[in-house]
Design a protein around this ligand. Sequence first.
Ligand code: SF4
Length: 186
Amino acid sequence: MSEHPDVIASKINRAKAIEIIPIKLKNMEDKLLDKVKKSKRNPTEKLVNLYGFMEKVSASFSHLTPCKKGCSYCCEIRVDVSEMELSLIKSKARKAYNDATKDLSIGEPCPFLKNNLCSVYEVRPFLCRRHQVFTPTNDLCANNGDLGQELLSFSEVERSYVHILSESSFEKPKDIREYFQTEHSE
Ligand code: SF4
């Protein structure tokens, strides 16, 4: 079966994106895991620093991705989030946390999606930052499936995230909707 033209374009755009990331950031990424391991900061501070690093990397190729404000297709798929990330949201975006929609299933929008915008954008979880596509438009995302388009992926960023989680005492990630279920009495 031949590949969808957008999938082919996403491979080309992803390669371009990697090409234009400033060398300084590429070098930082090479040493990221080591730096995270050696840092004396607590896991939450390390996570915030990791988010900051991802933002700098993403800014360098933002013109090559259709992931923009107002697009929320990936907010309807499974979003695995650690308790640590949720705790950060709770401390930095308390109102949005309290207003989170309850009793949702996968396929329904994330509890934090309000008026098609992320209500916790500044402290959105790791997966939301990593989920960036390189297709010319978001048409494939509208199908809500893994259609083979290239995603953002940096090994040291991933490893650093996993390491930070391993340093925390929080439970392992689960779908973000599972944190917002009301108890139903029989
Ligand atoms: S936290 Fe924000 S970006 Fe992530 S799935 Fe929810 S609404 Fe979307």
